[in-house]
Design a protein around this ligand. Structure first.
Ligand code: KE4
Length: 426
């Protein structure tokens, strides 16, 4: 059991004075689950320590990046060494070549890659590139998928937009929204119908190949493959948003995990090892339109920043050289799934657990959760109570029913057992 969070409470009151909602990203504010957001002070391995000294088993892993666990010795010392040499140049470096080579080596079908500073930047740049490459304006995204906060993506988006139930984000103009078409995730028939009516209007289909922003939602058999065939048939750029799944589901991300190759892929989170990095990459025939090679302008003051890149490069290198990390993570996640299902069943709580690799989510309802609608039909109020019960037990879950949990490699079997025990105390 955790103790007082008095320091978090006073920090939150101070934060509200100069920061909108007291946080620098909405999902951290506990808005949907209620209560005071816990202010964290340090982290090591699988554990977080809050401002009051309470310890938590971490299932957020900074929303994915901390796949190796917090403050991994090799990553920390690489950052420290690099910081003694440089912080930022704004000039090309050899390290960026090594990073590009490593990403193209680990991920299938990536001929060229451009580093940016966030997943949002990666996704917005990939869409601009697809529009330039095809000469078309419209994009198709899926309800409940979240591709960052660029205007084009804030149409029926997941993550914090779904959590806060924002139907239409103010500031996104009708002109922008009209070029973003949306359909339910997993509805291949609806996509086929749409393309029949818009055979030459759509520049890109952008998708989370395993979705993590309405909880963890798996593609139905044939869905991702079906989109691949349709994109090829209609000359549409197929964009995998792998900001969450990239280098997490497998060394080659969802492309490897699902055995489907996209035309462009976006990355974030894990590739920065906890530092701010995004990236987009793909077929040379498309990527060579990016400035200064081509005319599709995309830029960034801190893109390829040495400190961020060394954190990401060290993280990816460890993953590349130790592929058993992925089997460990998947096995531990499967054990967690089984433990959650057994414990919730014993408590007589109707639920469904979705899991892919080291991504997992619990939904309170008897039905299959396979898109935003079925995720929204679950008992969100019960999830909120569940969240606070687990938090009190020292288990730190994403503070929203519309988020995936992320396991890190520092989690032990004892941590998983403690998580399951906490359910029995519900
Ligand atoms: P960032 O701009 O936050 O680095 O990445 C945007 C993004 C793009 N694509 C996918 C599939 C994503 O999940 C994200 C960001 N994920 C959220 C969590 N659902 C980040 C957490 C937050 O917004 O604070």
């Amino acid at each position: 059991m955790t103790g007082s969070i008095q320091k978090s409470e006073s920090l939150y009151q101070r934060a509200l004075k100069n920061i909108p909602g007291g946080v620098n990203s909405p999902v951290r504010a506990f808005k949907s689950v209620g209560g005071t957001p816990v202010f964290m002070k340090s982290a090591k391995g699988a554990y977080l320590y809050d401002a009051d000294g309470n310890q938590y088993i971490d299932y957020i892993s900074s929303w994915g990046p901390m796949i190796l666990g917090h403050c991994h010795e090799e990553v920390v010392s690489a950052i420290q060494r690099k910081a003694n040499e440089s912080i930022s140049f704004g000039a090309p470096t050899e390290l960026e070549i090594s990073m590009a080579d490593l990403i193209t080596d680990m991920a299938p079908g990536i001929d060229m890659v451009r580093l940016v500073n966030s997943g949002t930047e990666a996704c917005m740049s990939a869409v601009r590139l697809a529009r330039a490459f095809t000469g078309r304006n419209k994009i198709l995204k899926f309800e409940g998928c979240y591709h960052g906060h660029a205007d084009a993506f804030l149409v029926k988006a997941g993550s914090g937009v779904a959590t806060l139930n924002i139907q239409a984000v103010p500031g996104v103009t009708a002109g922008v929204a009209m070029d973003t078409l949306t359909l339910p995730y997993n509805d291949l028939a609806a996509v086929k119908e749409l393309l029949k009516n818009h055979p030459e209007d759509i520049a890109a289909i952008i998708i989370e190949p395993v979705a993590g922003n309405m909880g963890c939602i798996l593609p139905e058999p044939g869905f991702i493959e079906g989109l691949r065939s349709l994109c090829t048939e209609y000359g549409i750029v197929y964009i995998f948003d792998e900001v969450m799944t990239g280098f997490r589901l497998a060394k080659g991300g969802a492309q490897e995990y699902l055995n489907v190759e996209a035309d462009l892929v976006t990355y974030g989170k894990v590739i920065g090892g906890g530092m701010p990095i995004g990236a987009f990459g793909g077929k040379k025939a498309i990527m060579e339109h990016i400035a200064p090679l081509g005319n599709v302008y995309q830029a960034g003051t801190l893109s390829g920043n040495p400190i961020a890149v060394i954190a990401g490069y060290t993280t990816l290198s460890i993953l590349n050289n130790n592929p058993s990390v992925y089997t460990d993570l998947e096995n531990r996640c499967k054990a967690l799934k089984a433990g959650l299902e057994n414990a919730l069943t014993e408590k007589g709580i109707t639920h469904t657990v979705n899991q892919a690799g080291s991504m997992i989510s619990v939904h309170f309802g008897a039905h299959k959760v396979m898109d935003l609608q079925t995720a929204s039909q679950c008992d969100i109020a019960f999830f909120n109570r569940f969240f606070h019960h687990m938090l009190k037990q020292g288990i730190y879950l994403p503070p929203s029913a519309y988020e995936s949990w992320f396991l890190n490699h520092a989690l032990s079997n004892a941590d998983i057992d403690k998580t399951i025990e906490a359910i029995h105390k519900l």
